[in-house]
Design a protein around this ligand. Structure first.
Ligand code: LFR
Length: 491
């Protein structure tokens, strides 16, 4: 048949999934083959990802496509985290989780070695404690680092375990804050930070064919001829590639554990204003740039839900949205990006304390807490979108919401109201679609980004949320949110 089949592995902070993607030249469809939880493990030296288990589950998923004529496999995952390999390719230790506390104080330490402005000018990357740079500084003097010969980002590690090639893919490498905004490792910066330069190896562009599966993988999965493709391996890069936009006048929100909010530009935008607002410039497919900010996202809700469940109150996400819809609007607000919300912990308690310290009556019922989270997120989206427009010169006439958050009708509606622009929601599986369609590109079936987006538009209808007429409640709430941004509400 004229249909090509691709396997997409998408590793997220909450779960990993394996999909079979079918592409007939005009439309793409997905079949979920396997889904597994991604549960970090805390041991004496810190919080880790269980990558061996994740790889085992990945192989199980891939095995479900045995005998189905798969052309290639692509892996994407969250950014900034990495594996260290020794010179024979063995994993030196279990990768750390970016929410591990060891990076405390490391942004300041980096600034003592190279001034902040200079780090920004070289890399264009936001200052956020989870970056690879700060994780590596925290490992200074560690015997693990001495034993290491190569650093691979999480998706690079999986590609290596699948096909034996130890290579770094561009979009994931940009998230390290050790990569030059113009492309390539920032070697002088790496040296000035005192980090071992040998760790940083060859970089490939998204859409590069890496080679066939290792014999062991063939045996474990029953997949024969499939090859491995380096897709846009940073999950957010895959998601943005699959935003069903026409033209350039749009903002996007890639909405999952994080909300990545920004615009697309032709090249990195590095300016004083960009630095002041701490915008990041991450690499996209086809040489594009993603000018965006990390907004804390549904993490706030995920952690509340985990804490409530521990107290014996189990809520599904649907139920939480219903309770929030019934709660009164324009109650207390938080800055979702307050540092104190970053680590795992008692999120309902932190939200309560944030409100108390900023002179607001804290939310009480579960519905009020969720409403507070959703309204705070929607207003922070507006804050970021307006500043992204200013910094980039892009006019965001519409906001595309992609990822799991596109299924959250209440949050989409609140976003349209708060941001005073139409929201186009979907696809919810943008990351997987981006992964599959970059493989179709590597197979020679699709040209550039414009064609990829055309396929997404033809395959998945977007849901439209139009904002109502200007609303005083929202304007008042936005003023309050602006007053909270950047306040040190430290615990
Ligand atoms: C989203 C994401 C973000 C990155 C964060 C941490 O899944 O990849 O883009 O900032 O996770 O890696």
């Amino acid at each position: 048949s004229g249909e090509a089949r691709f396997l997409a592995v998408d590793l997220g902070a909450e779960s990993g999934r394996v999909f079979l993607g079918r592409f007939d030249g005009g439309r793409v469809s997905l079949e979920e083959l396997h889904r597994f939880p991604n549960v970090p493990v805390r041991v004496a030296d810190g919080l880790h990802w269980d990558v061996l288990r994740l790889f085992g589950e990945t192989e199980r998923g891939l095995g479900r496509a045995a005998g189905r004529g798969v052309r290639s496999v692509g892996v994407d995952a969250w950014g900034v985290d990495f594996a260290l390999l020794d010179r024979e390719g063995a994993l030196v230790s279990n990768p750390y989780h970016y929410r591990d506390a060891r990076t405390a104080g490391m942004m300041e330490e980096a600034g003592r070695r190279v001034p902040r402005e200079e780090i920004y000018r070289i890399t264009g990357i936001q200052f956020i404690p989870l970056n690879t740079l700060y994780q590596l500084l925290a490992m200074e003097g560690s015997p693990l680092l001495e034993a290491s010969d190569r650093l691979l980002m999480i998706p690079d590690l999986f590609a290596y375990w699948l096909c034996g090639e130890r290579l770094c893919e561009h979009t994931a490498a940009t998230t390290t804050q050790l990569y030059a905004a113009g492309g390539g490792w920032a070697r002088a910066l790496i040296r000035r930070m005192g980090l071992p330069e040998r760790l940083f190896g060859e970089v490939v562009r998204p859409g590069t064919r890496l080679g066939g599966l290792l014999p062991g993988v063939r045996e474990d999965t029953g997949l024969g001829e499939a090859e491995v493709v380096a897709v846009a391996t940073h999950d957010t890069a895959s998601a943005v590639a699959a935003v069903p936009a026409r033209g350039r006048d749009f903002a996007y929100i890639s909405s999952g554990t994080w909300s990545l909010v920004g615009v697309e530009t032709e090249r990195p935008v590095i300016s004083e204003e960009g630095l002041r607002y701490n915008f990041t410039n991450e690499g996209g497919f086809g040489g594009t740039n993603r000018l965006l900010k990390n907004v804390m996202g549904l993490w706030l809700l995920q952690e509340c839900r985990r804490v409530w469940a521990r107290e014996g109150r189990e809520y599904g996400y649907g139920e939480l949205a219903r309770l929030a819809a019934e709660a009164p609007p324009f109650g207390p607000l938080v800055d979702p990006d307050w540092e104190g919300f970053l680590p795992p912990g008692d999120m309902p308690g932190r939200i309560r304390r944030f409100c108390e310290r900023t002179g607001q009556r804290p939310p009480e019922s579960v519905g009020e807490v969720v409403r507070c989270i959703f309204e705070s997120l929607a207003l922070k989206y507006r804050w970021v979108i307006e500043r992204a427009e200013r910094v980039s010169g892009v006019r965001a006439g519409v906001v595309h919401v992609v990822g799991g958050g596109a299924r959250n009708g209440l949050l989409c509606r609140l976003t349209a109201e708060a941001a005073r622009r139409p929201v186009l929601a979907g696809p919810d599986e943008a990351t997987v679609l981006g992964n599959v369609l970059v493989q179709a590109h590597a197979a020679g079936m699709l040209g550039g980004l414009g064609e990829i987006r055309e396929v997404v538009r033809a395959s998945v209808p977007a849901e439209v949320y139009e904002p109502e007429e200007a609303d005083e409640g929202w304007e008042e709430a936005y003023g309050r949110l602006c007053g909270l941004v950047g306040l040190p509400s430290g615990e």
